[in-house]
Design a protein around this ligand. Structure first.
Ligand code: CS2
Length: 494
């Protein structure tokens, strides 16, 4: 128990304003879920939905939060008896509430064996993941597992696993050996067809590890991979986030997060070992999350990436600041209405342009400071499902993809490393070395840059890269962005 009288913890719960107290008291709900990636998004999303579900309908569904790498969050939560607060930032004001969904925390890099044991524990019947796109180590275009030396060592030696696929496969093998009962592995990351991708990861990793038919068959029969669509805007926490939490709670919370009011979760209902009554907490349980996932990835995340690259180039620090650039909202509306909406069939009853309007209103929330550079990270892992699938589907239907091409051009210009005012822009991407090498070998013209980067097969599939109309559109936009900058390009567009 936390002894610090000034710190959030079981001992200080009674001092919190009544409206800030958790629905569940940690320690009273036994663990049934392991969550990998106990970052801000998980704390403000699945943890909140799960606490509400258990509060409404009961069940042994406490969450053990596992941090794959960072010890900071594990240390902060452990010192707070696993309690943390979520501040909901609406334009009208903020409300803060402590969440009691976590039954424990572990640090995977520090004690991988403990995490493997947890995954093999029969009490654990659901494993959820928010580890970001790159941690799956899957080729964004094909879904093929990238077997780098770390992953190969995890799968072919008995050293303690260091990668997420390694940890999962070791855990599943231990579970099969103990015949510990069925489990659902639930990706809550923004990957396309995330359930199928995670199943593909496990299948490929088992093959690479040359796992015999016995345990491989057990895993095939006992493990499900429901797909999900997850949505809540949760910027990385800052000193401001901690100050706001402290003012509301009267004690310090070093694991505080802040998020927008909106939260959505669509989950395929395939849980062989049971699940919390998430439908009692606002989640939609469905047979196929695919249409929801495409809606969200192409509209919300596609427009988010567009905003991040255009905003970063224009020198805007946040998404809300970017939306205030003259005429930029008009361009984003045309991206949604003319390209995204024409590229796929949305869930029944959903209008893509209306959903797009709601997204723009959420992005404009003045209380949320979501940094463009945070969203701009890892573009090679994000662009395929957010923008390139839109382009591919439009082209397959014989349609143009002019606005989506602008997003690609903005990404390429971002990769060149300088904002419109000449300030350097960081390249934080698992393919950074490949991207730099491709650019260094290319002529500096817009067409040269397009040629060099369209040759990255992990990002641009061959069909798309060979499409002259797409190349011409992207080259045209890149020329405009280079000559005139984002402001003038946007003002002159459409
Ligand atoms: C964002 C997402 O960082 C990013 O790439 O687009 O994290 C986004 O905020 C969430 O998907 C919203 O649900």
């Amino acid at each position: 128990m936390s002894a610090d009288a000034d710190r959030l913890g079981l001992a200080t719960l009674r001092r919190l304003p009544v409206e800030c107290r958790p629905l569940l008291r940690p320690g009273t709900v036994p663990a049934g879920i392991v969550h990998l990636g106990v970052g801000a998004f998980h704390r403000a999303h699945q943890a909140v939905h799960t606490e509400a579900a258990v509060g409404a309908a009961g069940g042994d569904w406490g969450i053990i939060g596992v941090a794959p790498r960072s010890t900071a969050v594990v240390d902060a939560l452990a010192a707070q008896d696993n309690l943390f607060s979520v501040t909901t930032l609406a334009a009208e004001g903020a409300t803060t509430r402590v969440v009691g969904a976590l039954a424990g925390v572990r640090h995977a890099a520090g004690d991988p064996a403990a995490v493997v044991r947890l995954l093999a524990d029969p009490a654990i019947r659901v494993v959820t993941l928010t580890v970001t796109e790159k941690a799956y180590q899957l080729d964004p275009v094909t879904g093929a597992l990238r077997a780098d030396p770390d992953l190969v060592a995890d799968l072919t030696t008995d050293r303690p696993p260091r990668t997420v696929p390694g940890l999962l496969v070791r855990g599943l093998l231990a579970r099969a050996a103990a015949d510990a009962g069925p489990v659902a592995l639930v990706s809550c990351d923004n990957l396309p067809a995330n359930g199928r991708r995670l199943r593909g990861l496990v299948t490929q990793a088992l093959a690479l590890a040359r796992v015999p038919d016995g345990p491989a068959g057990w895993i095939d029969r006992q493990v499900s991979f429901p797909g999900t669509m997850v949505d809540r805007i949760v910027p990385a926490s800052t000193p401001d986030t901690l100050d706001t939490a402290r003012r509301a709670l009267g004690v310090t919370d070093l694991a505080a997060v802040a998020a927008e009011p909106y939260s959505q979760w669509v989950v395929e209902d395939d849980f062989p070992g049971g699940r919390p009554a998430w439908e009692r907490a606002g989640a939609v349980l469905t047979g196929d999350a695919g249409p929801w996932e495409r809606l969200k990835l192409r509209t919300l995340n596609g427009v988010h990436s567009a905003t991040a690259y255009l905003g970063a180039l224009a020198g805007a620090e946040t998404v809300a600041e970017t939306l205030a650039l003259p005429r930029l909202d008009g361009v984003l509306r045309r991206l949604v209405a003319e390209d995204v909406a024409a590229s796929f069939t949305p869930p029944p009853g959903v209008s893509v342009p209306a959903y797009g309007e709601e997204v723009l209103a959420r992005f404009a929330n003045p209380a949320i400071r979501h940094r463009t550079l945070q969203i701009a990270m890892d573009g090679s892992q994000k662009l395929p499902q957010r923008v390139l699938h839109t382009i591919a589907d439009l082209r397959a239907a014989g349609r143009p993809a002019r606005w989506a091409a602008l997003v690609v051009a903005a990404w390429l210009r971002f990769l060149l490393g300088h904002a419109d005012d000449g300030r350097p822009l960081p390249l934080d991407d698992p393919l950074a070395d490949r991207i730099r090498a491709a650019l260094a070998a290319a002529p500096g013209t817009p067409a040269g840059v397009v040629d060099a980067l369209f040759a990255l097969r992990e990002v641009f599939p061959a069909d798309l890269a060979a499409d002259d109309e797409v190349r011409a559109d992207v080259t045209g936009w890149l020329t405009d962005l280079e000559r005139h900058g984002v402001r003038a390009t946007v003002a002159g567009a459409g």
